[in-house]
Design a protein around this ligand. Structure first.
Ligand code: PEP
Ligand code: MG
Length: 530
């Protein structure tokens, strides 16, 4: 076998070497496709139960929704009809592909995410035909697939010590599957444009490459890089007690992003001072209606109870775009604008947050703020004895344009770089082009600078809670621009703290130089500065 290097986009750091298990490859499979759908449903139910037991409630709910799809009578009728003329595996793949294409054709990104789930269900059912046993790995392996949904990554990760790495033909860095891979610490490369079919592969989640059938030299380099990483991780973990202060004395508050109690616990364990972004909508992506106060309280209480005395930044529901539950299908509004149009739903969530905050140091964060009136409207709803600070997330050029006025109404600001990158540069967040490095694009850095200036003028702190905040090189630019807090996936905290302790922001004080640094970084990481 000759060695071949395939380039993609780095999606989750680290190096993995191992045999390849193909999730989308052709399989020889006989049997009844409807029984395979039953098996898929049973596997999803079992995996959801295991995830729930391990505290991953949101991921469990995604699997439950996929289970309902497996039982959908329309899908089953189509599988039966196609099964008359096609082999069972083809009938399953074609029927699910047709359903997915119908959802794709509606041009709604939330439904497109569901289309991916239907395709994933087809793959799972074919796997079941071959007696596959779901997406469990029987031995340590690198998983290669065209694309994976977050539910599949979560299920694969139940065998965390066996899931060595992920190599996807498609996929995107800010997709929820990639966010999950980073949360789990599994190296991942996306957008390599092919399904890796090989006995052995090396996934380099830092360089964004997959080495197919690596030779002795590549293996030796990969092993050395893995050993360096393990050493660096141990060294970085040993600094957990040390403050995140730059060499020129700037203190940076490190917080973690979380949606589950398991992530809050992992973040605190890795030295986070608290939670800088609690994504509340992920628990309700399949809700049949707006959640009521008790449902919010039940979802939040287990997380907030871990945060006594620490900062708990609870973001109000960020529905819309790729996070649209079925009952809101077809809507165009997003974030706080959508919630303010349904004030009873916002009020119910705010009551629940206040009710279960307990001893946590609560902050309320509003997604996609674009006007000072939006902050004022929420403040009116939060009137009481000791209302919590209200933060405004700036995630669009429209928000940046009015940030000076917004800063006069808010108590702190937070920058959502995942959305800011796509809205500033006109990229699709679910595409490989929207790589993390694009957050260093000079136009994005210019937006961030406007936010830090407005915050400084109003005496507010600024956090960044998009994925780029967990990238030490890019986070260094953010800190140089005046960002005070970084909120990142728990697995990014050790590296980030070590990088901040090495940083001297006096090296990067001129805005022109920063723009150049950003341009150079984007270029080096394979992005394009238009
Ligand atoms: C962001 O857009 O950067 C962000 C943190 O919010 P989300 O990823 O949940 O849209
Ligand atoms: Mg966002």
């Amino acid at each position: 076998m000759t060695e071949r290097v395939v380039r993609g986009v780095p999606a989750s750091p680290g190096v993995a070497i191992g045999p390849v298990v193909l999730l989308d490859g052709p399989r020889e499979a006989g049997g009844d496709p409807e029984v395979a759908l039953d098996t898929a449903a049973a596997e999803l139910a079992a995996a959801a139960a295991r995830l729930r037991e391990s505290g991953h409630v949101d991921e469990a709910e995604i699997l439950d929704a996929n289970r309902l799809m497996a039982l959908d009578p329309a899908l089953r009728a189509e599988v039966r009809a196609l099964g008359v003329t096609l082999p069972p595996d083809q009938a399953l793949l074609d029927a699910t592909a047709r359903h997915a294409a119908l959802l794709d054709a509606l041009g709604d990104s939330a439904l497109a995410a569901r289309a991916d789930d239907v395709r994933a269900l087809g793959r799972r059912a074919v796997n079941a035909l071959g007696g596959g046993g779901g997406f469990r790995l029987s031995e340590p392996a690198i998983v290669a697939a065209v694309d994976l949904g977050p539910a599949e990554v979560a299920e694969l990760a139940l065998d965390a010590d066996r899931l060595l790495g992920l190599a996807l033909a498609r996929g995107a860095v800010t997709s929820h599957a990639a966010i999950m891979a980073r949360a789990l610490g599994v190296p991942m490369v996306v957008g390599i444009g092919e399904l890796v079919a090989a006995d052995l592969a090396l996934v380099d989640g830092d360089a964004g490459t997959v080495v197919v059938d690596p030779g002795q030299d590549a293996l030796a380099r990969g092993n050395a890089s893995r050993a360096r990483r393990v050493r660096a991780a141990a060294e970085a973990a040993a600094t957990r007690e040390l403050p995140a202060v730059t060499r020129d004395g700037r203190a940076v508050r490190l917080l973690c992003n979380a949606a589950t109690a398991a992530e809050v616990a992992a973040g605190l364990e890795a030295g986070a001072e608290g939670v800088g972004l609690l994504r509340t909508e992920l628990a309700f992506l399949d809700a049949p209606r707006w959640p009521d106060e008790d449902e919010h309280a039940a979802a939040l209480a287990p997380l907030l109870s871990l945060l006594g005395g620490r900062v708990a930044t609870v973001r109000t529901l960020d529905f819309g775009a790729d996070k649209t539950p079925p009952f809101l299908a077809g809507i165009h509004e997003r974030g706080i604008a959508l919630l303010l149009a349904h004030e009873h739903a916002l009020a119910a969530q705010l009551r629940a947050v206040l009710r279960v905050a307990g001893a946590a140091s609560l902050r309320v964060l509003l997604p996609l703020v674009e006007s000072p009136e939006q902050v004022r409207a929420v403040r009116a709803l939060l009137r009481g004895d000791s209302p919590p600070p209200i933060g405004a997330m700036i995630e669009t050029p429209a928000g940046v344009a009015r940030v000076t006025e917004i800063a006069l109404e808010a108590d702190f600001l937070s920058i959502g770089t995942n959305d800011l990158v796509q809205s500033t540069l006109g990229l699709d967040r679910e595409s490989p082009e929207a790589s993390i490095a694009m957050a260093a694009h000079p136009d994005v850095l210019a937006g961030i600078r406007s936010v830090t200036r407005a915050a400084a003028a109003a005496g507010l702190t600024v956090e960044v809670c998009g994925e780029a905040a967990g990238d030490p090189e890019i986070a260094a630019l953010f800190v140089a621009l005046g960002v005070d807090e970084l909120s990142v996936a728990p697995t990014r905290l050790d590296d980030l703290r070590a990088a901040i302790r090495r940083l001297d922001t006096r090296d990067a004080l001129l805005s022109d130089e920063l723009r150049e640094d950003g341009r150079e970084l984007v270029d080096r990481r394979g992005g394009v500065v238009a």
